[in-house]
Design a protein around this ligand. Structure first.
Ligand code: XMP
Length: 321
């Protein structure tokens, strides 16, 4: 069934919240639902809608998949505590890294992440909690790109003809599926989340594994995590839609301490965009680019090359896999 878009011009955030809270309440009835909070604006907005609708009958988990940014699990648990929402940390690092082992193809990597989340982890959490529903933050752009065959977003099923009940044993509720990122931010603000969340830049479901080209090993993910920390610190005041570090698979010759060093390459991407459908690279000042490069070369072990992406979406996409 085609999803009807609610554009940002059409959106009345308070009315949207009221409608979605009612929908969630009537679907779940007096049962239990779970949701996974990643700290991104989409899952944060869904967490708040779900808690308004279900209170303690919504169990919110932060899945520590080993692919998140530095200190992210603790930061998010703390922040939601202040919102009155208890978030349960669930350690699944081993499951994700063993699912990603040996995979180099981008779409296979996405599929491995999807199966690990939905079959293994959520399957287990649903059983343990007695829930019949998973609430998730799929937005319209995720559906569009998946259906168009551009990229398999980790959270799209029914639009691909996959029945989650049959495939995983639970139903999925998607309160944000009619809106795009700009509207999600309005909903997140209206539902009482702090600016650090509603203006937070997007972060993909496959997390840092989407930013390692080739096999996402724990070592490579750690390397891209370090570069991400540097980029997010230096670009914190830049008004961009999203910025990221990408670790390339190919190595290049460099030199360190007077010796040849066949080293790693980090690509920086920084995007201007409204709704992620199209995007252009931000015109960062050259001094900022040099600061980024100098810090990454000095602080991230083994990196000998830093580049800045200047290709727009399309034909590029924002994430590298
Ligand atoms: P792309 O790379 O498709 O990214 O141009 C567009 C926006 O979507 C985010 N993204 C994802 N979000 N699950 C998500 O929830 C995914 O699998 C996924 N892949 C990309 C990306 O970070 C950007 O904001």
């Amino acid at each position: 069934m085609k999803t009807t878009e609610i554009t940002v011009q059409e959106l009345n955030a308070q009315e949207f919240i009221k409608t979605k809270v009612e929908e969630i309440s009537s679907m779940v009835g007096d049962g239990i639902a779970i949701n996974a909070l990643s700290g991104g604006v989409d899952s944060a907005a869904v967490t708040m809608l779900g808690h308004k609708a279900l209170g303690k009958r919504l169990k919110t988990y932060f899945v520590e998949n080993g692919l998140m940014r530095k200190d992210e699990p603790q930061k998010i648990v703390e922040l939601f505590k202040k919102q009155g929402v208890e978030v349960i940390l669930f350690d699944a690092k081993e499951e994700f890294f063993s699912a990603l082992k040996g995979i180099i193809d981008p779409e296979q990597k996405r599929e491995a992440i999807t199966q690990t989340f939905y079959k293994n982890i959520f399957g287990k959490l649903v059983k343990e909690s007695g829930a019949k529903y998973l609430l998730q933050g799929t937005i319209l752009t995720d559906v569009d790109e998946t259906v168009a065959g551009i990229k398999r977003q980790h959270n799209v099923f029914e639009q691909l003809g996959i029945d989650p009940q049959e495939a995983f044993g639970y139903k999925i509720i998607e309160p944000l599926v009619q809106i795009r990122k700009d509207s999600v931010r309005k909903v997140a603000e209206a539902v009482g989340l702090p600016v650090s969340i509603y203006n937070r830049m997007p972060f993909p479901g496959p997390a840092l594994s989407a930013r390692v080209i080739g096999e996402a090993t724990p070592e490579k993910v750690e390397l891209v995590r370090q570069a991400t920390t540097i980029i997010e610190k230096i670009l914190a005041d830049v008004k961009a839609f999203q910025y990221m570090a990408i670790l390339h698979n190919d190595r290049v010759t460099g030199m360190r301490d007077g010796k040849r060093d066949f080293g790693q390459q980090i690509e920086i991407r920084c995007w201007d965009s409204v709704d992620a459908r199209t995007a252009t690279p931000t015109k960062l000042p050259y001094d900022t680019l040099m600061e980024l490069s100098n810090c990454i070369l000095a602080e991230v072990p083994g990196v000998v090359s830093v580049t800045y992406n200047i290709a727009a979406k399309p034909p590029s996409t924002m994430e590298a896999i």
